[in-house]
Design a protein around this ligand. Structure first.
Ligand code: SF4
Length: 353
């Protein structure tokens, strides 16, 4: 059997594992032992699942089942706050980055869903990297486990805001959330997962119909269609009026509040008129607005908005009835802040050229 036919057990949801175990002639409940070993003990060696018979372990290995992990992990911690950035090498040599953010008792993993990204947002370092491929569910999950192992603590939140667009890797992202939320696994409840999207309309509508509803964060970054297209070229295919309409439908179906992400870039999208227009655009939507200070990187010529301007922008939104917070830059010294993942590789390329 070739490697291409091998199956990563980390990718499988519990009912799939149960079917697999039954196919191998064993009792269905044994799948629970495998699932717990992978997702509670964070193990990666089938032979070490000693709650299974030796014959079942041998049968699994003989059929090319395996439990994936990464080739290497490099971690770097911020000197300023509790943020840590991780650089992982996948089994095929692709590199991804993830971030651990600490806020009192809240330990959040910001994970990648793709190696690279195909959307090329102008303010984002990842967008300047070549798109390589979608991550498997196992690879999305493994980021959480590697970070958890390194931190020596259980994480309680996962945000899909790292490299890549999670809704462009819809099935694997949803599969990862289901597995991470399972009570037999690491049991991070569905509402502690946040999918952050540039606004892929069909996927938002599809997500509304799922049986699980993680939190949804939408990167709006401008109340104007032409400016959204400048910042996020993919917005040309997902017009703002249709996007807002889709958010209304999503909310109507799920009853869930939506987070609006707005990256504050000096003299680009930080005018007070833009704040008023944003408030008017969001009227009727139960939205929570995150204003993010733009994080500089070598690949883009933007400047962060002035703090006083960000506060004035926030005040307009609050007066209009939107709960709004300013997200201060964390992990900037290690290039782990929003929009900076992959920045080191871009800068290295610039130096090399
Ligand atoms: S902001 Fe997200 S979708 Fe846009 S380029 Fe960066 S990773 Fe890709």
């Amino acid at each position: 059997m070739s490697i291409a036919m091998s199956v990563d057990l980390k990718n499988l949801e519990l009912p799939e594992l149960e079917k697999l175990v039954e196919l191998l002639g064993a009792k269905k409940y044994l799948a629970g032992y495998i699932f717990r070993y992978i997702h509670q003990q964070l193990g990666c060696d089938i032979d070490k699942i000693t709650s299974l018979s030796k014959s079942l372990r041998t049968a699994l290995a003989a059929q090319k089942y395996y439990i994936s992990t990464f080739k290497s992990c490099r971690g770097i911690k911020s000197a300023n706050d509790g943020t840590a950035k991780y650089v992982f090498e996948l089994s095929d040599g692709n590199i991804i980055e993830s971030v651990l953010m600490r806020d009192k008792d809240r330990l959040t993993a910001c994970v990648s869903s793709q190696a690279g990204c195909r959307f090329g947002c102008s303010f984002c370092a990842t967008g300047r990297l070549q798109f390589r491929r979608n991550l498997t569910a196992g690879e999305i999950i493994e980021q959480v486990y590697q970070i958890s192992r390194d931190a020596g603590e259980k994480l309680n939140n996962v945000v899909y805001m790292g490299m890549g667009e999670p809704l462009d890797n819809y099935d694997n992202t949803l599969r990862a959330i289901r597995i991470l939320a399972h009570p037999y696994g690491c049991n991070i409840g569905i509402r502690r997962h946040t999918i952050s999207t540039v606004g892929i309309i069909p996927c938002i509508l599809r997500l509304a119909k799922e049986d699980i509803h993680p939190r949804l964060a939408v990167s709006l970054h401008s109340p104007y269609q032409h400016q959204r297209v400048e910042l996020m070229p993919i917005a040309a295919r997902h017009p703002l009026d249709e996007l807002i309409n889709a958010l209304g439908k999503y909310q109507h179906t799920t009853g869930r509040r939506i987070t609006i992400e707005y990256c504050m870039i000096k003299r680009v999208n930080d005018s007070l008129d833009a704040a008023r227009d944003l408030a008017a655009l969001l009227k009727g939507i139960d939205a929570y607005v995150n204003l993010i200070e733009y994080n500089r990187h070598e690949g883009a010529d933007y400047q962060p908005a002035e703090p006083a301007r960000i506060r004035a922008f926030r005040d307009i939104l609050i007066k209009s009835g939107f709960k709004t917070i300013i997200r201060y830059r964390r992990g900037r010294d290690i290039k782990a802040a929003c929009g900076q993942l992959g920045a080191e590789r871009i800068e290295q390329k610039i130096i090399d050229e």
